[in-house]
Design a protein. Structure first.
Length: 332
């Protein structure tokens, strides 16, 4: 909140100046209390049904009554999540536009892209780390591939005949496979999609042979018997897939990652607004009914402070920069 200064020039104007000097801080307080006084937009840079979209709608349902205003979900897809993320980065920091985005647009793309239209570390400010989940490498059940080792062997025996889908260029679902290709000296063509459900549909339709995408899209198809889970990307086994090995257990070490989703705001958003959003979202994430809904979608709520998210993103950048460079992947 800006400090308002009053300059008293003449004794005759002292009382009036004093009045406004006292009134101005009150006016600022009233303005702050008035926030929010209209609907809040939460931009999801991926399609409906994607992991960020799912968690955004679960959180928004409980967040709206706490703020006293509707929280409207707006899907702005394109460029691997860069379109929607960049839109919020350039938006006014008036407290009515927020973003829920992922690893790629918030961290990895600063290394992947030769020129990014926005700087997530300078033009966006952290609000809260909403949740995370493992990526699951999966194939169609009738593929004849039963393990991760089988997949790697099939790729080696059939060079140029394997495609894989992802949730977008620069996403963790792409980078994990790119690193797998480097480590196993295999080749597969990347086919990006705007959401994990579409990436899974591509496997079911036979357009691609495999994918390593968020569990929320994979598990329903695994339970239905249409797909087979080969490995999870996290360092430990997923509580939702206790029988599925980690990448390391499946014979491929050095590929450990979590698909995370963070809520961000334009960098110029006021501290008190960000603090209020952080507080309210943490409260929502701790609600038993919200946890139950997230667990049903194979997601885990995280929460925490703004500073913790900032430090987490910086750590992700330090860890993943050499990984990305090792793959040799760059995007114009």
């Amino acid at each position: 909140m800006k400090l308002l200064k009053s300059i008293l020039i003449q004794r005759s104007t002292f009382s009036l100046a004093l009045f406004f000097g006292l009134l101005s801080p009150l006016s600022c307080a009233w303005a702050q209390q008035a926030w929010p006084n209209k609907p809040i937009k939460l931009v999801v840079p991926y399609g409906p049904g994607s992991s960020p979209d799912v968690i955004a709608r679960i959180v928004a349902e409980k967040l709206s009554p706490r703020l006293g205003q509707p929280v409207i979900i707006e899907n702005r897809v394109g460029a691997g999540g860069n379109t929607g993320s960049g839109t919020v980065a350039k938006a006014a920091g008036d407290g009515y536009t927020f973003l829920i985005s992922t690893n790629g647009p918030l961290v990895y793309n600063t290394v992947l892209y030769k020129k990014l239209s926005y700087d997530p570390f300078a033009e966006l400010r952290p609000v809260v780390l909403a949740g995370g989940q493992s990526n699951v490498c999966a194939v169609r059940t009738d593929s004849g591939i039963n393990t991760l080792a089988d997949l790697i062997e099939a790729m080696k025996k059939n060079p140029g005949k394997f495609n894989f889908s992802s949730t977008g260029i620069g996403s963790l679902s792409q980078l994990g496979v790119e690193l797998l290709k480097v480590k196993t000296e295999t080749f597969a063509v990347h086919i990006p999609y705007v959401s994990s459900p579409l990436a899974i549909m591509a496997i079911l339709q036979g357009d691609v042979q495999f994918a390593c995408v968020p569990a929320v899209a994979v598990l329903p198809q695994v339970k239905a018997g249409k797909m087979r889970a080969l490995a999870v990307s996290t360092a430990k086994r997923s509580q939702f897939l206790p029988d599925v090995p980690t990448m390391k257990e499946a014979g491929l070490s050095g590929i450990e990652s979590v698909a995370w989703m963070a809520i961000m705001a334009p960098a110029s958003t006021a501290n008190d607004i960000v603090a209020r959003m952080n507080q309210e979202i943490n409260t929502v994430l701790a609600m038993p009914e919200v946890k139950e809904k997230l667990y049903s979608q194979y997601m885990e709520p995280i929460g925490g402070t703004e500073l913790e998210l900032k430090n987490f993103m910086q750590q992700e950048l330090r860890v993943m920069t050499p990984v990305i460079k090792r793959t040799g992947l760059t995007i114009e």
